[in-house]
Design a binder for this molecule. Structure first.
Ligand SMILES: NC(=O)c1ccc[n+]([C@@H]2O[C@H](COP(=O)([O-])OP(=O)(O)OC[C@H]3O[C@@H](n4cnc5c(N)ncnc54)[C@H](OP(=O)(O)O)[C@@H]3O)[C@@H](O)[C@H]2O)c1
Length: 352
């Protein structure tokens, strides 16, 4: 397979490059960069092994510009285009590849079916509203069947991935009602490789705090939309926190139980989650053990734990924001879309 990565010099682009380099069915990677076209890939990231050059066959081991990639897509073909570009920019750059390549977009551009919702949340008009009906929300374990047929896969945000995976099966089973209160912690790489004063080492080290609380973070409507699709009466209060971690994300969610589930057996929280994720390689249920970011660092896993507290349920999840929260889930979606082993080329273990 031939796969292109747009925005390859960013964090998620570079993780995509690493994952695709190890993928058994990908034999040609096309790295695309607007800021550094024509660069050997070890010049954009010296951490990459020189061995990766053997997988960059069409470009001679170098990055290419977007126009060149579009020309390449027209002739011998590019099976899949991953876009690791900022929102609004992404839909514009992806458009010429559609019809020739499957597009997997890591930005927010295709996550909402309604362009008016996108404009309200992101404060800008959607640049290609006519494409939205082709897109499928790429929460890999939840929309698997639709992803198999999709021309555009809208990779979910990292906070939505970690928040929704534990909640959706419980909501579908009628266990959750009313307002869901989710508090999340993210590593700094969640903000991308940007030059911003508030992301400087001296601003972030030994420092943690909430930002965009309640309903003001852009991921809140994305999470709430998926929850409401399962149970319309649900609403969300979502408060993200930034912590001095390079990568990693965990979410602690409190829900009021709509009914009294048994502690074990049919209808229990354990049974509902086990049934929903039976055979899925990247969900690990940890029961009362609270998952930690270190357990999943570098892996494509989402670990999910829970504890009952009277008539409330506390639900915990942890992912690596750059892997299951972005590039790893994108490769998982490629695997599903092309009928490959869902886990092909993807890391299972957290790193020490
Ligand atoms: N970081 C995360 O944890 C995470 C998780 C889920 C989703 N996402 C989404 O994935 C996308 C990429 O995120 P990222 O963290 O990899 O971002 P990033 O580190 O800031 O990289 C974005 C890349 O896009 C390219 N680009 C092209 N036009 C640009 C422009 N006008 N402004 C800035 N960059 C431009 C650049 O690469 P070239 O110069 O090489 O083209 C840049 O390196 C974003 O839409 C983000 O919201 C990120």
């Amino acid at each position: 397979m031939r796969a292109a990565v747009l925005g390859v010099t960013g964090y998620t682009g570079l993780v995509l490059l690493r994952l695709l380099a190890e993928h058994p069915q990908v034999d040609d990677i096309v790295p695309v960069s607007s800021s550094q076209p024509g660069s050997p890939v070890d010049a954009i990231d010296f951490g990459l092994s020189p061995a990766i050059a053997s997988k960059l066959r069409s470009t001679g081991g170098k990055t290419i510009a977007v126009d060149e990639a579009a020309r390449l897509a027209a002739k011998p073909g590019i099976d899949v285009v991953f876009s690791a570009l900022p929102h609004v920019k992404s839909a514009v750059v992806c458009a010429p590849f559609l019809g020739r390549s499957v597009v997997i977009d890591l930005s927010a551009d295709f996550r909402f079916a309604d362009a008016a919702v996108f404009a309200a949340v992101y404060g800008q008009a959607h640049p290609r509203p006519e494409l939205l009906r082709q897109a499928v929300y790429g929460l890999a374990e939840w929309h698997t069947e639709r992803i198999r047929e999709a021309d555009i896969i809208a990779n979910p945000g990292c906070y939505p991935t970690a928040t929704l995976l534990p909640l959706l099966p419980l909501a579908r089973a009628g266990l959750v009602d009313g307002t869901v209160v989710a508090n999340a912690i993210s590593g700094i790489s969640g903000a991308g490789k940007k030059e911003r004063v508030d992301l400087l080492y001296s601003e972030r080290t030994e420092n943690a705090g909430a930002y965009n609380p309640g309903r003001s973070h852009r991921h809140a409507p994305e999470i709430e939309g998926e929850l409401k699709a399962v149970r319309a009466s649900l609403s969300l209060l979502f408060t993200p926190h930034l912590a001095p971690l390079k990568r990693g994300m965990c979410v602690s969610t409190v829900v009021r139980l709509a009914k009294d589930p048994p502690a074990e057996g049919a209808g229990s929280v354990a049974a509902i989650l086990s049934e929903a994720y039976r055979g899925r390689p990247f969900i690990r249920l940890t029961g009362p053990r609270v998952p930690q970011t270190r357990d999943v660092w570098g892996s494509n896993r989402c670990d999910i734990g829970w504890q009952r507290e009277g008539d409330h349920l506390l639900v915990f999840s942890a992912i690596d924001n750059l892997v299951k929260g972005a590039s790893g889930q994108a490769v998982q979606n490629m695997n599903i879309r092309f009928g490959l082993d869902e886990a092909a080329g993807l890391p299972q273990h957290g790193e020490l």
